[in-house]
Design a protein. Structure first.
Length: 195
């Protein structure tokens, strides 16, 4: 099969790397999901902290992505969530819970960005703003979103452990959940070897 052919849609896979949200923190996030009518609230099982959105890529490039991510050193660390906000300014399109930036998170995100550039993907041009998306909005009244933010701006969670990074796939073309775990990094933690 010639390798120079243009991939068809079915040969593409939409990927992103992220950190998972533990159940007890997901429960706190789920309790925030009220107060804005007619939005698409994110399913609890799909909560995550994106490290690097990769996008739609050919499946053979996905193998290169996996190999590059597997080389990134990983040490467990802790995070906490703090505050809520919205993306989109005067036309908000998503509401989120904030993630308090740490040196470990910043370094891990930079390593994921560098790995994707080595694979040949274009650099991410947006500044990294760690967050957990709570809802996607379509034509919502700005006042309604601002009231949601005001009502929940003191939201905070205890610190929680991050023990791995994950390569997720999303539904082609539309994105969104349910997300599927494709790979885990590191694939085996110390002390988890099988006998």
């Amino acid at each position: 099969m010639p390798t120079s052919r243009t991939p068809h849609r079915k040969d593409m896979i939409r990927l992103f790397t992220a950190l998972e949200i533990p159940d007890e923190i997901a429960e706190r996030l789920a309790r925030l999901q009220r107060g804005i009518e007619g939005v698409r609230w994110i399913e609890r099982d799909d909560f995550h902290i994106t490290l690097r959105f990769i996008g739609d890529i050919p499946e053979n490039v996905a193998d290169d992505v996996d190999a590059a991510l597997a080389e990134i050193p990983f040490a467990p660390f802790e995070l906490e969530l703090e505050g809520v906000g919205a993306f989109g300014g005067t036309k908000p399109h998503a509401v989120w819970a904030g993630v308090k930036m740490t040196e470990q998170l910043k370094l891990l995100q930079q390593r994921h960005e560098s790995a994707m550039r080595r694979v040949g993907l274009p650099p991410e041009t947006r500044n990294y703003t760690p967050h957990v998306t709570l809802a996607r909005l379509k034509g919502r009244e700005t006042d309604e979103v601002y009231r949601f933010i005001e009502a929940n701006n003191l939201f905070a969670t205890p610190r929680f452990a991050i023990t791995r990074a994950v390569l997720f796939s999303a539904r082609a073309s539309t994105g969104g959940g349910p997300y599927v775990v494709e790979r885990i990094y590191p694939d085996e933690l110390p002390g988890e070897e099988e006998d």
